[in-house]
Design a protein around this ligand. Structure first.
Ligand SMILES: Cc1cc2ncn([C@H]3O[C@H](COP(=O)(O)O)[C@@H](O)[C@H]3O)c2cc1C
Ligand SMILES: O=C(O)c1cccnc1
Length: 349
């Protein structure tokens, strides 16, 4: 799926025009720092001098067979229960999405347990119908190549639908008990980062739990070569929700939308997409740096500078949602700020 996408380089003439438009605003050049960089990046991604933020969160959930090895502090059924909580609007991410005016698609990319009924009037749940959770990657590959393709395509479809409804920013959110284990394996095999510092507490393991997780992941890592192609790594160690987000990231980039990544797990999906197609990289904005220790290493490998550092360690797209006001401010700066000429301020335009 990723190999067929067209992701063109940015237009240098548009870059020069937008940079000039930013430089003649009534402020010392560069004084709005990363907000100026964001405005330029959004303009280049959206191919317009007037970028806008119409945000849509793709909240993909799935289960992980590797949870049988005791790698999470939480039981697997929490994934299904949290999906019901998303649909009811009571999770952190759905609260923040309402607050930020962000549309949400809740998607079951492969949840193992039955999802408790949602209240009347809840949004529809999108279902991939591929398989109820991955296989235990400590023993065998998590997915077959066909299951991986279906998960990538499922996420790509969600992104294309959101763009067709007007989204200009696609935010990545995930839920899946055990998915910090997948994310650590992906960073290890795709970016070549040492495994040990990528293994952290996730949703709340204690020191003993982290040691057990480390042993399980080291054993799992030995099943394959040290470095892997991103798609092979996704099939071997990925989650269905991570693969769906990889597909969504790639399709959003090809569709001219900005991708707003989230924490450790969402970033592993973006990492897989960028490793497969490096042209996607400049179209991804890394919203924040998670407290999960491996996230810093992953962002360094991607040469990415996150916008926020709020000690979040939740996922669900919460960091992406909290960064939306910065993207909106960047667009408003470009659209509404006066120039030295228009405001009669002594300057250089
Ligand atoms: C109630 C609850 C809500 C969550 N929302 C996101 N996560 C986060 O924690 C999980 C990953 O951590 P681990 O790999 O240690 O299981 C994922 O579901 C992630 O989205 C949650 C975790 C819990 C318990
Ligand atoms: O960084 C994240 O997104 C994260 C970290 C720990 C647990 N769940 C998610």
């Amino acid at each position: 799926m990723l190999a067929d996408l067209r992701v063109p380089p940015f237009d240098p003439a548009l870059r020069a025009r937008v940079q000039h438009a930013i430089d003649v605003k009534t402020k010392p050049q560069g004084s709005l720092g990363r907000i100026e960089e964001l405005a330029l990046q959004l303009a280049l991604i959206q191919e317009t001098e007037a970028p806008r933020v119409e945000a849509h969160l793709l909240l993909c959930a799935a289960d992980h067979g590797v949870v049988a090895e005791g790698v999470s502090a939480w039981p697997q059924e929490v994934t299904a229960q949290m999906v019901a909580n998303f649909l009811a609007g009571g999770a952190a991410s759905t609260v923040f999405a309402r607050e930020m005016g962000c549309k949400v698609t809740v998607a079951d990319a492969g949840v193992a347990a039955p999802i408790p009924p949602a209240p009347k009037g809840a949004p529809a749940l999108r279902r991939a119908g591929i398989r109820p959770g991955t296989r235990n990657f400590a023993r065998e590959d998590a997915m077959t190549p066909a299951e991986l393709s279906a998960a990538l395509e499922f996420g790509a479809t969600l992104a294309r639908e959101a763009i067709a409804e007007g989204a200009t920013v696609i935010a990545l959110g995930e839920m899946g008990i055990g998915n910090t284990s997948s994310a650590a394996m992906l960073a290890h095999k795709i970016a070549g980062i040492e495994l040990a510092p990528l293994v952290g507490p996730g949703a709340g393991l204690d020191g003993e739990g982290v040691s057990r997780k480390q042993q399980v992941l080291e054993r799992a890592a030995a099943r394959h070569p040290r470095r892997m192609d991103p798609m092979a790594a996704l099939a071997a160690y990925g989650g269905l929700e991570i693969a769906a987000l990889t597909g969504a990231c790639a399709a959003a980039a090809a569709g001219g939308a900005a991708v707003l990544s989230d924490g450790f797990i969402a970033s592993s999906a973006a990492l897989a997409a960028i490793a497969a197609r490096p042209e996607i990289g400049p179209r991804v904005i890394f919203s924040h740096m998670s407290r999960e220790p491996g996230h810093r290493l992953m962002l360094e490998a991607l040469e990415a500078r996150p916008l926020l550092d709020l000690d979040l360690r939740l996922g669900e797209g919460t960091g992406a949602l909290l960064a939306l006001p910065l993207l909106r401010a960047a667009c408003a700066m470009l659209a509404e700020m006066a120039t030295f000429g228009s405001a009669g301020v002594s300057g250089k335009d």
